[in-house]
Design a protein around this ligand. Structure first.
Ligand code: 2SA
Length: 460
């Protein structure tokens, strides 16, 4: 028997790879290591620029060569690190050795001992995660969400005046428009997107237990909190002054909570789209060459929305777990965050895949206006609400003496199917003012839409 070739366990690295490749640049182990090299290098640049510990500034050419260590980070560095970590059994120490090795190659041995000086591994790790996660959110996840929002917004506007029977509790209810319903989802997701855009990315840089102890002993005269702050903010992050060894990860819990919330709103969209397709409101555009069912040749299945549903659940499960576990660490640190954070990319990956499928699904449907119209025409009893409300207004205005209008309409309609003829006859016999009666006689389920169309103008 031939040996079975080694395979990726995660479907994100297998069949779904093309949809999530872009995330790998930031949220893979190599992406993390590149960021670690960046932080180590930028610390060297900072220290020498400020002539710390008796060093002197590097030339612009030397700085450029140093920065190339992370700007040109590639396969050779990935392999070098893997070999070194197999010996050190400490991932950040391996990065430090890589930087020292390159310094030597560049003829910069004179600053070798400044590499990682006064740092604990978490000083490097927390800044690296803040950098890579913020880049993944801003460059990959949010733009994909924006594509979904653009597609939804276009449909919300296109279908803003297309009447649709509502279904509260799954039962026929006061009509709306398809566009307005989609606008509700856009409004919700826009709010969450703004909150995600505003998320803080905190960084600490204060040594083994967050006290600047080694720093102060090595250079008692330096203003270490100010240096730490300038360094962290110089990386584009928000400074956290008060931590244990580890950054407290509250910003991560906040961010993952928001992404998870967005996932759930998207899940609601996916299941609603599935239901609309199921009742014929949307027709699926068959993909040329594709098969719906292996045995029922007629079928086109809503697999894009079903895939999204599953992946949104997985994403939220992972992100919720990260949000819960990352905010606790025994005493001044335990290492559970290290192992947990390696799954950040998995959490984002399932969400990105879902967004991709929702986008694809939205691009493969046509609104079946005839089906929506027929459904409305089969449900004239939804006008009962309109009639009883108008009678109450007429009684209040002194133009009617009908007693208990709600009970009257309940008697007429509850649990019954009524057609246009019965309702017209009922309204014609009502003791109400002429103008109100005329309004009711002109009303149909397809025109009983309130301000549905206008409300779409509230789209952000
Ligand atoms: O600056 C330090 O290293 C201080 C040290 N704390 C540590 N801080 C950060 N990383 C550490 C720490 N300890 C271990 N390691 C290394 O973390 C890696 C954990 O691997 P995994 O479980 O796969 O996530 C794996 O590579 C570990 O070697 C302490 O003693 O407080």
């Amino acid at each position: 028997m031939t040996e079975f070739p080694a395979q990726p366990l995660s479907p994100l690295d297998g069949r779904y790879r093309p949809a999530v490749t872009a995330l790998g640049e930031y949220l893979s182990e190599a992406g993390l290591n590149r960021a670690r090299v960046q932080v180590e290098v930028e610390w060297l640049v900072y220290l020498t620029e400020h002539s710390m510990f008796g060093s002197s500034p590097l030339t612009p050419a030397e700085i450029e060569q140093l920065r190339a260590l992370y700007l040109d980070f590639g396969q050779a560095d990935i392999d070098w690190l893997a070999e070194k970590e197999a010996v050190t059994r400490h991932d950040v120490k391996a990065v430090e050795y890589l930087v020292r090795h390159r310094l030597s190659e560049l003829g910069l041995d004179r600053i070798a001992e400044l590499t990682h000086i006064a740092c604990t591994s978490e000083d490097i790790n927390n800044l690296s995660y803040a950098l890579t996660v913020s880049q993944a959110v801003r460059a990959i996840w949010l733009p994909k969400l924006r594509l979904v929002l653009d597609s939804l917004r276009t449909k919300a506007v296109d279908f803003r005046a297309v009447p649709m029977l509502a279904r509260t509790h799954g039962q026929p209810a006061t009509p709306t428009t398809m566009g307005r319903e989609l606008a509700v989802t856009v409004y919700r997701l826009e709010r969450i997107a703004l909150q995600i855009e505003a998320n803080e990315y905190l960084g600490k840089f204060s040594g083994a237990t967050g006290t600047f102890a080694a720093h102060v002993v090595a250079d008692p005269d330096a203003d270490w909190p100010a240096i730490s702050r300038e360094f962290v903010e110089g990386l584009g992050l928000d400074w956290n002054p008060l931590t244990t060894q580890i950054e407290s990860h509250d910003w991560q819990a906040e961010l993952y909570g928001k992404i998870s919330h967005a996932n759930r709103v998207l899940h609601n969209l996916a299941t609603d789209m599935w239901t609309y397709i199921s009742i014929g409101y949307f027709r699926q555009i068959p993909v040329a060459g594709a098969t719906g069912s292996s045995t029922m040749p007629h079928k086109v299945n809503p697999i894009r929305f079903e895939n999204a549903e599953a992946n949104l659940e997985l994403s939220s499960a992972i992100l919720d777990s990260l949000a819960a576990t990352l905010v606790t660490s025994r005493l001044q640190r335990d290492l559970t965050d290290s192992s947990a954070q390696r799954n950040i990319g998995v959490g984002f990956g399932h969400s990105l895949l879902a967004l991709d499928n929702i986008l694809g699904g939205l691009g493969q449907i046509d609104l079946a206006e005839d089906v929506l119209a027929a459904d409305l025409d089969h449900n004239w009893e939804v006008l009962a609400e309109a009639i009883q409300t108008v009678i109450r207004a007429e009684v209040t205005a002194g133009r009617s003496s009908i007693e208990d209008p709600y009970a009257l309409l309940k008697e007429l309609t509850r649990g019954k199917r009524l057609g246009q003829a019965e309702l017209v006859e009922f309204v014609s016999r009502l003791d109400i003012g002429d103008a109100a009666k005329q309004r009711l006689l002109e009303l149909t389920p397809a025109t009983y839409l309130g301000l549905s169309d206008d409300l779409v103008d509230y789209l952000p």
